[in-house]
Write a protein that binds this ligand. Structure first.
Ligand SMILES: *Cc1c(COP(=O)(O)O)cnc(C)c1O
Length: 229
C-alpha cells in the first residue's frame, strides 16, 4: 500500500526542519513531486495532498498524465529529463518549466515553439559540476555565455540553475557540492546583471544538504511515490 499523503507530509517536515535549522523560510522552498513512470492516479493522490508541481523525465509518459489531468486547475508540469531537439515542441506546448537546458539550440527551439497565448516558459540551465564526460549539463566555464544568450529570448524566462550531482557519502560533501551551484548563480547575477531566483537541487537522498546550500526547488520522487521499476 502506498501512503502518498503521509509521505508528502514527512517530506514537508524534512524541508521545514532543514530550512529552520539554517534560518531559512520553509515557504521559500518548492516541493516538486517527481512522478516519472508513475500513473495519473498517483499524481491525483498527491494533488489531493496539496501538491501543485510535478516533475517528468519522459515526454510520452508525461503526456498521458497531462492529458488525463487536463481539467485539473493549477498544476504545473516541470520537464526534468534530457531533452532532444526533435522533442522540444511537446515541452514548449505542455510544460510550465524546463530544468534541463544545456545548449543554446534547445533554448532557441523552445523559444520559437512556445505558444504565444501562454506565459514565457520558465527555464533552468543544467550544470555539470562533476566534470563527467557523457553527462548532461553545461560546464561552469561555459555557463555565462549560455545564460547571457538564453536571457535575451523573449518567450523564455531564465529562472536559474539546476544540477544532478553524483552520489556523495556524507552531508557535508553534498552541501559543499550544492554550494558550488549557489556560488555560480551569484556570480552570474553579478556579472550579467540578471535576477536568478531559482536553484533546482536536492533529491530524496540529499534534500537537507541542498536546502542548507540554498535550494529553492527540491525534486523528490522515491520518497513520495515509492521506488521505480
Ligand atoms: C528521478 C529524478 C529525481 C527524483 O529522484 P528520487 O531520488 O527518486 O527522489 C529528481 N531529479 C531528476 C532530474 C530525476 O531524474
Amino acid at each position: 500500500m502506498s501512503d502518498i499523503a503521509g509521505n508528502i507530509s514527512k517530506i514537508q517536515q524534512r524541508i521545514t526542519k532543514a530550512a529552520t535549522d539554517c534560518n531559512r523560510n520553509p515557504e521559500s522552498i518548492r516541493l516538486l513531486a517527481v512522478s516519472k513512470t508513475k500513473p495519473a492516479s498517483m499524481v491525483q493522490e498527491a494533488i489531493a495532498a496539496g501538491i501543485h508541481d510535478f516533475g517528468e523525465n519522459y515526454l510520452q509518459d508525461a503526456m498521458e498524465k497531462i492529458t488525463a489531468l487536463a481539467d485539473t486547475p493549477d498544476i504545473h508540469w516541470h520537464f526534468i529529463g534530457p531533452l532532444q531537439s526533435n522533442k522540444t515542441r511537446i515541452a514548449a506546448e505542455h510544460f510550465t518549466w524546463v530544468h534541463t537546458v544545456d545548449r543554446l539550440k534547445i533554448a532557441q527551439r523552445l523559444n520559437d515553439q512556445r505558444p504565444k497565448d501562454l506565459p514565457p516558459l520558465n527555464i533552468c540551465l543544467q550544470v555539470n559540476l562533476d566534470h563527467e564526460a557523457n553527462k548532461s549539463g553545461k560546464s561552469p566555464d561555459e555557463l555565462p555565455a549560455l545564460a547571457s544568450a538564453v536571457s535575451t529570448l523573449p518567450n523564455l524566462k531564465l529562472r536559474g540553475l539546476m544540477t544532478i550531482p553524483q552520489k556523495r557519502q556524507n552531508k557535508e560533501a553534498q552541501r559543499a557540492c550544492f554550494q558550488q551551484l549557489t556560488d555560480l548563480r551569484d556570480q552570474l547575477e553579478r556579472s550579467l546583471g540578471l535576477t536568478l531566483d531559482t536553484l533546482s537541487m536536492g533529491m530524496s537522498a540529499d534534500l537537507e544538504a541542498a536546502v542548507t546550500a540554498g535550494s529553492t526547488i527540491v525534486r523528490i520522487g522515491t520518497d513520495i511515490f515509492g521506488p521505480r521499476e
